[in-house]
Design a protein around this ligand. Structure first.
Ligand SMILES: NC(=O)c1ccc[n+]([C@@H]2O[C@H](COP(=O)([O-])OP(=O)(O)OC[C@H]3O[C@@H](n4cnc5c(N)ncnc54)[C@H](OP(=O)(O)O)[C@@H]3O)[C@@H](O)[C@H]2O)c1
Length: 332
C-alpha cells in the first residue's frame, strides 16, 4: 500500500513544471472526478482544466468553478457542456477541445454507475452505463490521442474496477448484453470493467508514449450506488437503508480519494514519467516499467493480473476490439 503520507508528499511536489498543463475531466461534476479536480487545483499550480458535463449540472459547476478560482487563481477551469452518454456529443466535445488545444496532459474518465434499475438505452441505442463507462470513455481516448501524444508525460485514467477482471468476465457472444436474460446490474459492471481493461491494455501497448491507468477506487461515499436504483423499489430501499450507510462507514474520505487519484494521475510511480517517485515502481500489464496498462487499486498498488490478462488477450481482445470499432466507427 502506498501510505496516505507518501501520497501527500508526492502531491506536494506538484508545481507549475510538474502539473498537467492541460487536463480534461469527464465525470468531474461529482464524486471522485470532482475530488481529484479539487486536489489538483489546491496544489496552487498553473493548470487548465476542461470540466465536461451535462447541462443539468452546469449551474452547480459554475459555483464550483468560482470556489476553485478563489483557491487558486492560476488554475483555469473551463466548463464544457456535453451529453457525454451520447457518442455524437462526445465527438463534438472532443472537436471543441482539439480546436483549442495542441496538447493534452491528462484525460480523467469517471462517469458512470451500476445500472441496478435495469437496461435503459440512449437515443443511439447503447445501454446508458455501458456508454458512460466504456464506449464514450474509449471514444474520448481515441479522439484525443493525437493531442495526448503531443504532451511530455501524457496520461489517461479510467476510474472503474482495474484489477477486478476475471477470465470469464466478458460475455463474448453478447458484448452489449442485449439478449434476453443476459443483462443485470452485476453482469453489466463485470462486463464493462473487463472491456475497459482489454481495450486499455491494447491502447497502452499501441501507444507507449501515453501512460494508461485503469483504477479501482474502493469504496468512496459519493452516492454513486444510489444512481442506478429506482427509489421505491426493494433494491432502492436496500441501497438507501443498508448499503449506502455501510459504504459511508468504510469509505475513504473524499479528500483522501481525491489525493490518491491525483497521485495516480501525476506520479512517476506509474511508468516512470511525471512527479518523481523514489518508492517501488508500479508494475503494469506487460510487467515492464512502461508501455503497458497500470491496473491500480484503492491502495495505489498495481497488479499485472498475470493469470487473467493473457487469457483475455487470447480469447476476448479481437472480438472486443472489432466490436468497439464497429460501434465507434461512425464517430471517429
Ligand atoms: N464511489 C465508489 O465507491 C465506486 C466504487 C467502485 C467503482 N466506482 C465507479 O467509479 C466511477 C466514478 O465513481 P463516482 O463515485 O465518482 O461517481 P459519481 O460521484 O456518481 O459521479 C458519476 C459521474 O457520472 C456522471 N453521470 C451519471 N449519469 C450520467 C448520465 N446519464 N449522463 C451523463 N453523465 C452522467 C455524473 O454527472 P452528474 O454530476 O451530471 O450527475 C458524474 O459526473 C463510476 O463509474 C463508478 O461506478 C465507484
Amino acid at each position: 500500500m502506498v501510505s496516505y503520507k507518501e501520497i501527500q508528499a508526492s502531491n506536494a511536489l506538484i508545481n507549475d513544471a510538474t502539473a498537467p498543463r492541460v487536463a480534461v475531466f469527464v465525470g468531474g461534476t461529482s464524486g471522485i472526478g470532482k475530488f481529484t479536480i479539487s486536489a489538483l487545483v489546491a496544489t496552487g499550480a498553473s493548470t487548465r482544466i476542461y470540466l465536461v458535463g451535462r447541462r443539468s449540472s452546469e449551474e452547480r459547476m459554475r459555483a464550483f468553478i468560482q470556489e476553485l478560482h478563489a483557491i487558486n487563481p492560476k488554475a483555469e477551469v473551463i466548463w464544457t457542456e456535453g451529453e457525454i452518454a451520447l457518442l455524437a456529443e462526445t465527438r463534438r466535445v472532443c472537436e471543441i477541445i482539439k480546436s483549442k488545444e495542441s496538447r493534452l496532459d491528462l484525460l480523467f474518465l469517471s462517469a458512470g454507475y451500476a445500472p441496478f434499475d435495469g437496461r435503459n438505452e440512449t437515443t443511439e441505442g447503447i445501454e446508458i452505463t455501458q456508454s458512460l463507462e466504456y464506449y464514450s470513455r474509449m471514444l474520448f481516448i481515441l479522439q484525443l490521442l493525437p493531442i495526448l501524444s503531443k504532451a511530455e508525460a501524457p496520461r489517461v485514467v479510467s476510474v472503474l474496477g482495474g484489477g477486478l477482471e476475471r477470465e470469464t468476465s466478458i460475455n463474448l457472444d453478447d458484448l452489449d448484453l442485449k439478449k434476453p436474460g443476459n443483462f443485470s446490474g452485476v453482469n453489466a459492471q463485470v462486463q464493462y470493467v473487463a472491456m475497459n481493461t482489454v481495450t486499455l491494455d491494447k491502447l497502452a501497448s499501441d501507444n507507449p508514449e501515453v501512460t494508461f491507468c485503469h483504477t479501482w477506487p474502493g469504496w468512496v461515499s459519493t452516492g454513486n450506488v444510489r444512481r442506478g436504483v429506482v427509489a421505491n423499489s426493494i433494491w432502492g430501499w436496500f441501497v438507501r437503508l443498508l448499503l449506502d450507510p455501510i459504504i459511508s462507514l468504510v469509505a475513504f474520505r473524499d479528500e483522501e480519494s481525491g489525493q490518491r487519484h491525483l497521485f495516480q494521475s501525476t506520479s512517476a510511480a506509474f511508468g516512470g514519467r511525471g512527479v518523481p517517485w523514489q518508492g517501488k515502481p508500479g508494475q503494469n500489464s506487460l510487467e515492464q516499467q512502461a508501455n503497458g496498462l497500470f491496473l491500480v487499486n484503492y491502495k495505489c498498488d498495481c497488479t499485472p493480473n498475470a493469470k487473467v490478462l493473457p487469457l483475455l488477450r487470447e480469447k476476448a481482445l479481437k472480438k472486443v476490439w472489432d466490436h468497439t470499432n464497429e460501434v465507434l466507427g461512425p464517430y471517429l
